[in-house]
Structures are given as C-alpha cells and as structure tokens.
Design a protein around this ligand. Structure first.
Ligand SMILES: [Cu+2]
Length: 163
C-alpha cells in the first residue's frame, strides 16, 4: 500500500476523533441517504437490468463526465454521482487544505466507507489545492470513497456507474 506524503500529526487526529464522536453523538447513524445493504448481490444474473441502483441512477440520467469539488467544508460536491460506464470523474480541490480521493478499504477508518464493484480496482490519490485529478470508470456498479484525513468528518462520496 502506498502511503500518502501528508503528515498526520497526532494532534490533528485527536481533533478529528473528537469531532467525529460529537457528530456521531449528534446524528446517530450515517447521513447518506439511499444506502443499500446489497451492493454486490445483483451481479449474479446475466440479464441487462443493471440500472437497479438505490440512488435513482440509470442509463437515462447517467453522465459521461462529472466534476466533483473537494472543499474546505470537508465535503465532496456532489457527494453522489451517476456516471455512464466509460465515463470520467474529475476531482478538483477548490480549498486550501489537502484532501484525498481514496477507495481502498484497508486505508479507511470505517471500511464501510470504501466499496468497489467486483472486478474494479481501487484508487488512492492526493488532491492538492488547484490540481485536478481524473479517473475513468470502466466497471459498472457502486463505488464508495472517502478522503483519508477527513473521513471521520463525513468527507465521503458515492459513485454509481451504469451501462
Ligand atoms: Cu478532505
């Protein structure tokens, strides 16, 4: 596993942990709507009904190129993306804090914040302020990703890729 070049001072980690505890105390469970418990259970059939996502994402409304902003409010905007297979997402860090876009379960504080369709490859890339990063998605399914330093503040995103 590659490690990112960011320093992770323990004082920052402590702040993040405290903030996350406060958030959890205030909100209970995660705020992501439309979460499904059957992310990988639809891959057994060979029928072409690949648009059965819980997020309302289908071939009709999927986009082929989407820009996702990472901002100083510890959010990915939009947090949920509906993408055509073969489409590209470009992340842009419009703030002045370092972020990452990461879909590697072993790098997550909560592995539920990372999800990959079968056959897809995870990624972990630093998002420096002002430096865009693009990724092409060739495997349909549901992806969940996060920002390593801000995962516990809720900096998470979801990508649904449909054919
Ligand atoms: Cu971040």
């Amino acid at each position: 596993m590659t490690r990112l070049p960011f320093p992770r001072p323990s004082i920052l980690f402590g702040v993040v942990a405290v903030a996350a505890a406060l958030l959890l105390a205030a909100c209970g469970t995660g705020p992501i709507p439309g979460q499904s418990t059957s992310l990988t259970s639809t891959s057994s059939g060979s029928s072409s009904s690949s648009s059965s996502s819980s997020s309302g994402c289908s071939a009709a409304n999927a986009k082929s190129a989407v820009t996702v902003i990472a901002n100083n409010s510890f959010k990915f905007v939009p947090a949920s993306v509906c993408l055509k297979v073969g489409g590209t997402i470009t992340w842009k860090n419009t703030g002045n804090l370092p972020h990452t876009t990461t879909d590697v379960a072993s790098l997550a504080a909560n592995p539920a914040n990372a999800a990959l369709p079968k056959g897809a490859t995870g990624w972990n890339h630093a998002l420096q302020p002002g430096v865009p990063y693009s990724l092409k998605f060739t495997v349909a399914g549901t992806y969940k990703y996060f920002c390593i330093p801000h995962e516990l503040l809720g900096m998470v995103g979801q990508i649904t890729v449909v054919s």
